[in-house]
Design a protein around this ligand. Sequence first.
Ligand code: DGJ
Length: 736
Amino acid sequence: MNITYQERNRIFKLDTAHTSYCIGIVDKENFVGHIYYGRKLTEDNLAYLMRTEEPPYVPSENNRDRTSFLDTFPMEYTGSDLGDYREGTLEVRTTSGHTGVSLSYLSHRIYDGKEKLCGLPATFGQDPECKTLELTCEDKILHLQVILSYSIFADSDAIARSVKIINNAKEPIYLTKVLTACIDMDNDDYEMITLHGSWARERAIQTRPVTLGKQSVSSVRGESSHQEHPFMAWKKSTTTEESGDIYAMNFVYSGNFLAQIEMNQFSSIRAMMGIHPHDFCWKLGAGESFQAPEVICVYSSEGIGGMTRCFHDLYRNHLIRGEYKDKKRPILINNWEATYFDFNTEKLLNIAGQASKLGIEMLVMDDGWFGHRNDDNTSLGDWQVNEEKIGGGLKYLVDEVNKLGMKFGIWFEPEMISPDSDLYQKHPDWAIAIPGRMGSLARNQYVLDLTRQEVRDYVYEMFAAILRSANIEYVKWDMNRQLSDPGSYGLPADRQGELFHRQVLAVYELQDRMTREFPHLLLENCSGGGARFDAGMLYYSPQIWCSDDTDAIERLSIQAGTAMIYPLSTMGAHVSDCPNHTVGRVTPFETRGYVALAGTFGYELDVTKISEEDRNLIPKQVAMYHQYNDLIRSGDYYRIAHYADNHYYDCYEVVAKDKSEALVTYIQILNRPNYHSRRIHIPGLDPKRTYEIVNAEDWPEMKQTEYKGDTLHYAGINIPPLWGDFKGRLMHLKAI
Ligand code: DGJ
């Protein structure tokens, strides 16, 4: 890992273990250009690749065609409105109402380590595991400085980029668009991979060709969203799961975003990512700075899987924090699908009593324990325990659960306010709304205006008081509606455009405060299922609820899309009852367990009501969790087959970092009549070592139980047809 600057050629080069990223400065005007991103190069001087010798030349040699230069030059980060007609990354409006920004190199700094991003989640790394390049650019006319930061890590091929804007003028300037990352390169028959969905079907993988014009994913919903995800990759059409070039960007942010690839008239592409400019306008006072969130850029020559494993390692080692970062999480049972709002102390203790006997380690009390909330129409904001339901009080309940040898966790939705609440009666102006316009309800609730300090303090004190009142060891932080009606009674007219971003900063501030005051707490973020499953939230919580859809088959798809970027250790996954509450499907209890094992693992059912047959399987599943979770949390993840592509089966694998063992999960979706066995190739193993199927008793059809690593990868293994639909099996391989 190294960052170098060649003064003579004015070239910066960032080298990670397997990649190089190259930036150059050209012309008397010091334009900052992008030269190369890809496989690691031994050559340091790539100045010859800078597009300056081709017509229309640099402006100092051909100012007559200045706009042609600006419109074709591969920019490292762009201004706007001065002749580059491709979509830009930075747009401003001055107090006189004018636009136009042009950036040129001013200075740079290369240092060991990585500085924190003020108020924002970001990857971290200390000297000597990390190095940073800061390129300071300026617009002399506007007295605006733009600092582009690039951090690289000794143990990762990712590059973390961020941008800081400083207003050195004597008057304010309005930032109307600040994206974080931009990569200009030639098209190479690229395809774009993005993630799409809705409530209960988050992050389905979509691949489409990159074509002329713009293709994008975005959210203007105030959160990263169920619908589209702050991630995009672009790969050659020949790139497969295991080989070929792929580039990706992922946003470490939880609000509005734009991720876009534009192909221009010369078949160059511009990939960019950052805060969505819709409804964004930040007034930057004289001397003030604005910090844009971080984008993680990844290049891999080892296909989609190589990209995935790069993200997983980076996030496990340099983003996720806290006590549970590398620790097995307690197996929890959550009462949401068990009782919905209809519970009381007795019911919860019955569930906990039975669960503790089966090896479950924590009871989580979900929505409905406060105010007079017996359905989703009331009481958000009134965070007082409803003692009619929680007879004896919260401390009594928690103590009783603790006496069973279990931990206790609780649900909150701190960002919300119900119109039917004491809080709303007292402070109707605390809800986000446009004055004079009736706010739009969703799930019969409004969003609290957390841009106001007094609202943040109130909310914090309310939930902190609950957390201080008993031995609460886990919090599920939920958010069940998206933002609309962007109006704050607390912000002046010329700052209303700051609301969406300030709201996200406020959530970060609250979670930061909470994790500082309660450092031993296990925090699980959630948003109507998985609408805020993003890298920003992972900085505060080591796990996030993946989806409200707990059906094992739907989950295969949701978890495959999520795990394309995020480590398995982060995916909240539970075994629930059947017929499944979202799709009505009936799947074997064993299969539900195998699928949930790929995440944090837990239960979401009334353990006192399920069949004895299912209940008797729980201790076996608990034992499997304890046996495999270290491997699942820390190993390398490989997608082998996805039923969304083949319609019949799903298969994935986790291989230990030292390749001493692997766990293959195989789920047959539909049985086929008169069909032979299926050949599965098992990658990632040590080709020279011999592996034994440890759980051979689960695979009576296998003719042998020992195989060479390369044989399992290249020749594969035949998986027999399983009798029935939705049947699954695990294969545990150990090197001998
Ligand atoms: C949405 C979550 O995803 C569910 O698990 C549950 O907590 C409900 N909200 C409660 O309102």
